[in-house]
Ligand binder design. Sequence first.
Ligand SMILES: [Zn+2]
Length: 207
Amino acid sequence: MIRDEFREIAQRALRLHQGVESLEVGAVRPSPVGPIVEWQALLLSPGRQRRPLPGGGHVLGAPSGPDLLAVLTRFMACRWRAGPPHAPSTWADDLASAHPKIFPFAPASHAGWSWLWQAGAEMIEERGIPKGFRTVDTKEKFGSLRWYYEAKGDDRHADNVISCIDHISNFVCEYCGAPGALRKSSWVKCLCDQHAQGKKAFREGEA
Ligand SMILES: [Zn+2]
């Protein structure tokens, strides 16, 4: 299950990345931070996604594939850390209490993205929180997560982690955290098939 989720989100999130077809998903290994999905992608370009322009040349798109997979791996570890995914109704306040320097207030989204905020906070803390780092706003916009912050120190790692989180949120159901896709009606929402088809009650944080 965890491997299937990993593979599905990875294939969607990296579909325009060069060499993604070489992605192989291996075993799931227990670790202190939760179950780690092992993967390798020998041909995956280490650089950011390059989107060709019609007149020639290219623009830089999504963050690097290996970086995205590292953040996705941590998202999965957070999501499956305590067994089958379940986000308590207090998840946002819990995150603010556990990571007060990262979240001076509770992050604002539905529960499916709780593990994205958590993965981001943990990865930023592990490398050292940049001097003066302060989250200034968190929200959902056009179906994806937005995380705005300020920092005075070297924020390259934090910036990259947050860019990866933003990108991955386009492929994670905002209600339950299962693999999702953007659905457009009067609103743009990122939903799994079950939530999109209304087959599942909009219970928060349960896969
Ligand atoms: Zn869902």
